[in-house]
Design a protein around this ligand. Structure first.
Ligand SMILES: [Zn+2]
Ligand SMILES: [Zn+2]
Length: 327
């Protein structure tokens, strides 16, 4: 197999030949067809997440086909198309797993962070955490659904069912969730970097009824807001934009410091919460509805060996929507 390997934090990934791997008991080997590039991959490369592992193959939005099956796997078949998301494995026994909150597991394995991921021609996954994808939709168009879509979906669920929804940071996740929220009959308000008119226009094309800078207030108070950008200064701005009793959801795994703010921004029962990881049930619930929602993902394709370029372009905001690697 070939892979783009992170050998040292804060250095470019290296194109590497590796011996083929065999799936162990309960595992499958998946031949990569497409792998989305996520902001979390930047946090992995930059060493911004706790307890980084190197060397590691990043990538956790993997669309692939099963080409080897380990002992004891009976839920998947050879050649089946599956998605491998960020949550790679849980212990199943800790208090969080027992209360059906496996996204908070005490001993998780994360694809592309603590287990090798999808910036490779093949990957090994725990069969129980592989999500069957069926045959509807292209490999590239489905890849961004596996994190941007899934974490976005969980964030949207936690935002409640208010009609007026603000999305701060209009990248891969927001462009999917705007379409989902639109399909649910909500009104979407898109917030971008001040003055970024191109992305504001993009937000309108995927269903936002209003788009503006994050320093602006929406034309009417929001019921809820989701912050996808890893920028702590957005928290008080979003709190200011939601109504009494409104909710602000921080969707990212990493965020710059949140500046201090006046208590009255939180008062009147506004709520501030974060979203961590996903559960398998999130994946099943979301993917079951995807065919009905008519989501059109905007993707920019890169060859697998150009992963460093994809990461650099994501960092610089040089494309709208999501970057996807293909072998
Ligand atoms: Zn657990
Ligand atoms: Zn991700």
């Amino acid at each position: 197999m070939k892979a783009m390997v992170l050998n040292q934090l804060r250095t470019p990934l290296e194109w590497t030949d590796l011996p083929d791997r065999e799936p162990g008991p309960g595992q499958v080997r998946v031949k990569m067809l497409a792998c989305g590039v996520c902001r979390t991959d930047l946090h992995v490369v930059d060493g911004e997440l706790p307890d980084p592992h190197v060397p590691i193959i990043p990538g956790h939005q993997i669309v692939g086909r099963i080409d080897a099956i380990g002992q004891g796997v009976d839920c998947l078949t050879m050649g089946e198309r599956v998605g491998i998301p960020w949550l790679g494995q849980t212990d199943g026994t800790c208090p969080y797993c027992r209360m059906h909150r496996e996204n908070l597991c005490d001993h998780p394995i994360f694809t592309g962070f603590t287990r090798d991921g999808g910036f490779a021609t093949a990957t090994i996954a725990d069969a129980r955490f592989a999500l069957p994808l069926g045959e509807v939709g292209s490999d590239v168009s489905l890849a961004p659904l596996l994190c941007a879509g899934l974490i976005g979906w969980r964030s949207l669920s936690l935002a409640g069912d208010g009609k007026r929804l603000g999305l701060y940071g209009f990248g891969a996740a927001a462009h999917i969730i705007a379409q989902v929220a639109h399909w649910q009959g909500r009104s979407v308000f898109g917030f971008t970097r001040p003055g970024n008119h191109a992305t504001q226009e993009f937000a309108r094309t995927v269903g936002a009824i209003w788009a503006g800078g994050s320093d602006e207030l929406p034309p009417e108070p929001l019921d809820a807001a989701i912050i996808f950008a890893p920028v702590g200064t957005l928290v008080p701005l979003a709190l200011k934009a939601v109504r009494k009793g409104g909710r602000v959801v921080c969707a990212g795994i990493h965020m710059s410091d949140i500046p201090s703010f006046r208590y009255e921004l939180l008062w009147e029962e506004r709520e501030l919460l974060s979203v961590a990881n996903l559960t398998r049930q999130d994946g099943i619930d979301f993917l079951r509805q995807v065919p009905k929602m008519g989501i059109v993902t905007r993707t920019t394709e890169y060859k697998l060996q150009d992963a460093n370029q994809a990461l650099a372009d994501l960092r610089a905001g040089r494309f709208e929507g999501a970057a996807v690697l293909v072998p």
